[in-house]
Design a protein around this ligand. Structure first.
Ligand code: ADP
Length: 257
């Protein structure tokens, strides 16, 4: 399997707070990487660095044929990036699509409109083609009967499934999930995890931040356990989840399981 993602020596601080401390890893094409770790350990910041939503101080991120050396990315005094740097960040961002914890749907658009928006506005796909694809994707996530509903008419789990369909509509090389079920009532979690599991079986490349350890054990090819901005343990679920060697991983799993 070739590497789809290569992260090298990533570092990111907020003020004096070093949130990511020299992180490197790869994600083979068609595989699922799950990032586990305590709250505040830097998981979301790492995930957002993969598509340029965060700007690390140094390190490189390569996704498919886009590559950004963050030590070369420096906003000017007005917080703007020079054009070439912005273009390379945009290219990085275009390789992936993110599914957010809080869904981030447009509240005044239907499920269908939420899914067609990106392809039409960002990628210049025709309304007709975007609509056909969106209907397929909404059916795939179990929402064929809800395409004309607005987010407020949908449960949290249904909204998140619209969020997943919206991400897939962009045909990203990589799908990023930021705690996709942590805002959901417990009875709605299963449907969302089932959809993500189906995507894994279809061979989508995914990086998932989650606290759902049992789900991680089922779906992950690789697990990264992060603590205080460092990867303290990395390997298959059988290694990291079932048989962790690092005391910090052991302690985390004992508390969460
Ligand atoms: P996790 O996803 O593991 O809970 P985060 O990546 O969200 O961790 O946060 C890691 C640390 O970075 C926390 O201490 C958090 O308060 C801090 N942090 C995250 N985003 C910002 C920000 N925009 N400004 C300042 N500090 C932040």
């Amino acid at each position: 399997m070739s590497e789809l993602v290569q992260v090298s020596n990533l570092r990111k601080s907020f003020g004096d707070n070093r949130v990511i401390d020299d992180i490197s890893f790869t994600v083979p094409s068609g595989s699922v990487t799950v990032i586990l770790g305590p709250s505040g350990s830097g998981k979301t910041t790492l995930l957002r660095s993969l598509n340029g939503l965060e700007l690390p101080e140094s390190g490189t991120v390569e996704v498919a044929d886009a590559s950004v050396d963050f030590s070369q990315v420096r906003p000017n005094k007005r917080g703007r990036l020079p054009k070439t740097q912005q273009a390379s960040l945009n290219r990085l961002g275009a390789q992936s699509a993110m599914v957010f914890q809080s869904y981030n749907l447009f509240p005044n658009r239907t499920a269908l409109e939420n899914v067609t928006e990106g392809p039409v506005v960002v990628q210049g796909v025709s309304q007709e083609a975007a609509r056909a694809k969106a209907l397929d994707l909404l059916a795939k996530v179990g929402l064929a009967d809800h395409v004309d509903k607005y987010p407020y008419q949908l449960s949290g789990g249904q909204q998140q499934r619209v969020g997943i369909a919206r991400a897939l509509a962009l045909e990203p090389k990589l799908v990023l999930f930021d705690e996709p079920t942590s805002a959901l009532d417990p009875e709605l979690v299963g449907d969302v995890l089932r959809v993500i599991r189906d995507l894994a079986e279809e061979g989508w490349s995914m990086v998932i931040v989650t606290h759902e350890v049992k789900f991680a054990a089922q779906v992950a090819d690789q697990v990264l356990f992060i603590d205080q901005g460092l990867i303290v343990e990395q390997g298959s679920p059988a290694q990291v989840i079932s048989n962790p060697s690092n005391p910090r991983t052991q302690d985390f799993l004992r508390r969460i399981l």
